[in-house]
Design a binder for this molecule. Structure first.
Ligand code: HAM
Length: 536
């Protein structure tokens, strides 16, 4: 039996009703705060995450699903050339050098060949050497040594790439140069998160023209973590990002507070009350440089007692030491300096303003100056909402400001703040309160057709469904007893019997499955009756 891959899972009914319930509520709340949806691709170039999330983070260094897509440049060139020259076949392959020749019956005496050189990755000297090697090889393997000068084709990604020394040498050797189109291979990655993709889209589509962008997304993310309850390799995030030029107000502490207040409102609306908002400021690059220096100094005498990851982080990116989960390292981490001691005046004032608004609007928070978040792009406000009932994986959502991310990805300055909710974890918390069945919309009626009545029953179902009723349609082959069983199993409120007499009278037997009450209702009145409306 083929099973779902470790760390992935099927979401089945009735549980999916809870997911829909969450997503509907989320869209409703986001709409009230004037957020609009963005959908970015599920895979992006690996470089985006390496530069955005950070090489030293656990996500990028250990957890990404990455692969090489497309052919190597050389293979791509040869394929392109072969498509353009369908009668040619591969003849010999040697390191970095491919030689082809036409089929003999195509051009009998011709000793044509192809050599593909990736000039971009080879200095021109190496390209000239290959050219000589190739010409030499052809000379040695020529079937008819008297066939005249060797005619060969040297293929480059484009004419512009051909260095002049190679150009001159090929002319001297009588080798023809020919450009070929190809799609170079690239490293791709299933998105482990959606902030980098959103900021990439912001830059690519020049979204700054729209001023302040308030965007949200709902979709799967992928991380190769050790699966456990609340932690999966394919998981779902509901996230939002506020990003734009500083002139549009993107840097204002009012944005941070609005996002946090929106999250508090959302969790309350979903019926999740016992959450804790943990809040910190991780400062700006200036503060970070000083903090990193202090951390490095503090780690120097103790790092040898720490885990291998921490020893590495202590040198490359000391901030990431705070991501360490190894229990033995925790007492050492407890003694390290905290970012709160290094905030400059601007960051301090920004943080104070965020806290003041939160207090004013009545959103409670707890300060946690160990909270640095596991992604490198954060600046200033950083936060997590935790929920006690979740156990070890208690972070229901996380987020923060990322004022330098756009620039790190080659875009213009564009301060931003956002968050992502772990939807799997949110649903887990909800399940403890409301079983999925409680949000499933059960059928309003089950239509039971008698013999030869499938057509009439389908017609009636079509009419009732137009009135936004949930109708389950039975089959004429069912005996009445079986129809009743099926209606009860489906959780229908009514069973509606469609027999020859009913069709003739244009009135149908409608039975309330809970009370047993049965009435005959005219076709025109059925929808209103099922909905529980009184007759006008
Ligand atoms: P993150 O903290 O890496 O932040 O993930 C956000 C949330 O996604 C976590 O709090 C957790 O609920 C959920 N999550 C993460 N990994 C897993 C997993 N393996 N299984 C189940 N749930 C998981 C981000 O992703 C940032 N992009 C958030 C953000 C948006 N920051 C600014 N804007």
């Amino acid at each position: 039996m083929i099973k779902a891959v470790r760390g992935t899972r099927d979401l089945l009914p009735p549980e999916t009703a809870l997911w829909n319930f969450v997503e509907e509520k989320v869209r409703e709340v986001f709409r009230a705060y004037n957020f609009q949806e963005i959908r970015t691709p599920i895979f992006e170039s690996t470089e985006l995450f390496a530069r955005g999330v950070g090489e030293e983070t656990d996500i990028v260094s250990k957890e990404m699903y990455s692969w090489h897509d497309g052919e190597s440049i050389v293979a791509g060139l040869i394929k392109g050339w072969l498509q353009a020259n369908p009668t040619a076949t591969a003849y010999r392959q040697s390191t970095g050098l491919m030689i082809m020749r036409y089929e003999p019956d195509f051009v009998a005496q011709l000793n044509d060949g192809l050599v593909v050189l990736d000039v971009k990755s080879r200095p021109s000297k190496a390209a000239v050497d290959s050219l000589h090697e190739y010409t030499q090889f052809l000379r040695e393997h020529t079937t008819d040594r008297n066939a005249g000068p060797i005619r060969s084709i040297l293929v480059f990604p484009s004419r512009a790439n051909v260095p002049s020394s190679v150009q001159e040498e090929s002319e001297r050797l009588g080798v023809k140069l020919e450009p070929v189109e190809y799609e170079p291979s690239q490293s791709l990655t299933l998105r482990p998160e959606n902030t980098a993709g959103t900021v990439r889209a912001y830059i690519e589509h020049k979204l700054w023209d729209r001023g302040l962008n308030k965007l949200y997304y709902i979709g799967p993310q992928f991380r190769r973590e050790r699966p456990q309850k609340g932690r999966y390799r394919q998981f779902y995030q509901i996230g939002a990002e506020v990003i734009g030029p500083a002139s549009a107000g993107s840097e204002s502490p009012a944005r941070d507070a609005e996002v946090l207040e929106m999250l508090a409102t959302l969790l309350d609306r979903l019926g999740i009350s016992d959450w804790t908002l943990e809040l910190n400021s991780v400062g700006c690059p200036n503060d970070r440089a000083k903090f990193n220096e202090a951390l490095r100094n503090a780690l120097e005498p103790v790092k040898d007692k720490m885990c291998a990851d921490c020893q590495r982080r202590a040198v490359t990116n000391p901030l990431r030491v705070f991501d360490c989960k190894v229990p033995e390292d925790q007492p050492i981490i407890e003694t390290l300096p905290r970012i709160s001691q290094f905030l400059d005046e601007g960051c301090r004032a920004h943080f104070e303003a965020v806290k003041a608004i939160l207090t004013k609007v009545g959103v409670p928070f707890t300060l946690n100056d160990r909270l640095v978040r596991g992604l490198d792009y954060y600046t200033r406000t950083a936060f997590e909402f935790t929920h006690g009932a979740l156990g070890a994986q208690n972070a229901i959502l996380g987020g923060g400001r990322y004022d330098g991310l756009s620039e790190a990805l080659g875009g213009p300055p564009a301060p931003g703040i956002g968050f992502a909710i772990g939807e799997d974890r949110l649903v887990l918390s909800l399940q403890q309160k409301a079983p999925a069945e409680s949000v499933v919309r059960k059928p309003d009626a089950y239509i039971a057709p008698m013999a030869a009545m499938n057509g009439e029953a389908a017609r009636l179902a079509r009419e009732l469904r137009r009135h936004d009723l949930v109708i389950e349609l039975g089959d004429e082959s069912f005996r009445l007893k079986k129809s009743f069983e099926a209606a009860t199993k489906a959780g229908a409120k009514y069973i509606l019997i469609v027999g020859e007499n009913e069709v003739k009278a244009d009135a149908f037997a409608l039975k309330d499955l809970a009370t047993g009450e049965q009435v005959s209702v005219a076709r025109a009145d059925l929808a209103a009756k099922i909905r529980g409306e009184r007759k006008p």
